[in-house]
Design a protein around this ligand. Structure first.
Ligand code: NAI
Ligand code: MG
Length: 333
């Protein structure tokens, strides 16, 4: 059984007198920095004033939120805990350029996804602690839950424990962001990284989007109105997932009609087949071997041209075109 940690497993006083530099004020950086600060932690922000020769809005946003904002290398130098919350594909480069030289003995390197440590794009010196403190949530939801007095679930992991206190620090940060209020799982860097990548590729993002698109295409190619196909295959997805989130698959099944439930048992396994599962096993193997990571980092280094092309193509897919129209109609009413 994986360990689940709660508030009384953690002691925030270990953070007293320590400065946390949150590097990157984006989705996660902004939410985590605000929560840490509201819990009394001393937080500074490391950011780039410009990105691709344009002013970086994240820099301004961090300033507007009242933080002391500085260049990344300055923040890394000033901090005891360097918490890197940049996009994964840029972390290695920024680390080598601006952070590495400041990772002196006794400091703590922290992240919210193990990607760069596990796939060795960041190789920290042996005399620093390396920890992970990660929410199982997008930043916006994490901040909302914190402000409501709760928290979202999180993960902690320890990769290097040079100080002997690495786990206590990770737990203290998790408590400060209220992950231990909801329940915080303890795992390894590999478990978090491989599970996260597998989940987003096979189920949450890759699997889900292709399932919805395929359903939409089958209906519209058979001559059904795209608006109806959109409601059927995309819009209703949220209602179904909300029910599962609330009370499991059985609650969802108890809410839908018996006809729908029978269709689920009878037809579901004909869509997600043994062949699909075999393909999923290959996805996991490519994640674990580092093949996926190598391909993605190469794509990013080359300017992410394929990523941008796919993004654009998706925007022109009928499911997105009709979806935009329908959502605009909702907003007007
Ligand atoms: P993000 O995409 O919001 O970017 C963070 C900031 O990095 C941006 O605001 C920008 O100022 C800066 N940045 C962007 N490109 C840069 C570049 N080329 N060089 C230097 N700085 C650049 O990042 P996000 O989504 O918050 O992810 C941060 C970390 O949190 C990642 O490790 C991610 O895996 C992890 N994570 C993200 C979750 C999410 O909901 N987005 C959930 C859990 C973990
Ligand atoms: Mg994830």
């Amino acid at each position: 059984m994986v360990k689940i940690l709660h508030d009384n497993d953690a002691d925030m006083s270990i953070l007293d007198g320590k400065t946390v530099a949150v590097i990157g004020y984006g989705n996660q950086g902004s939410a985590q920095a605000l929560c840490l600060r509201d819990s009394g932690v001393n937080v500074i922000i490391g950011e780039s004033e410009t990105l691709n020769d344009k002013p970086n809005p994240s820099w301004q946003r961090a300033q507007d939120d009242g933080f002391k904002v500085m260049q990344i290398s300055k923040a890394a130098k000033a901090a005891d805990i360097v918490h890197i919350l940049l996009p994964d594909e840029f972390q290695g480069k920024v680390y080598r350029k601006s952070i590495r030289k400041h990772m002196k003995a006794g400091k703590i390197l922290c992240c919210s996804h193990g990607f760069n440590i596990v796939f060795k794009a960041i190789a920290p010196p042996a005399d620093v602690d390396v920890i992970m403190v990660a929410p199982k949530s997008p930043g916006s939801e994490e901040r909302k839950a914190y402000l409501a007095g709760f928290g979202v679930p999180g993960l902690i992991a320890v990769r290097q424990n040079a100080s002997g206190k690495a786990r206590d620090i990770a737990l203290a940060m998790a408590k400060a962001m209220r992950f231990t209020k909801a329940g915080c799982l303890e795992c390894t860097f590999e478990q978090e990284t491989y599970e996260d990548l597998f989940g987003e590729q096979a189920v949450l993002c890759g699997g889900l989007v292709e399932l919805m698109k395929a359903g939409f295409e089958v209906l519209t190619e058979a001559g059904y109105p795209p608006e109806m196909a959109y409601f059927e295959c995309v819009h209703e997805m949220k209602l179904i997932v909300d029910l599962i989130y609330e009370g499991g698959i059985q609650k969802m099944n108890a809410t839908i009609s018996n006809t729908a439930e029978w269709g689920e048992y009878e037809v579901g396994p004909k869509i997600i087949t043994e062949k699909t599962k075999k393909a999923m096993k290959k996805v996991l193997a490519n994640v674990e071997s580092g093949k996926f990571a190598r391909r993605w980092l190469r794509e990013s280094r080359g300017g992410a041209l394929n990523l941008k092309a796919k993004r654009e193509a998706l925007g022109n897919h009928p499911v997105e075109v009709v979806g935009r129209q329908i959502r605009a109609m909702f907003e007007k009413n």
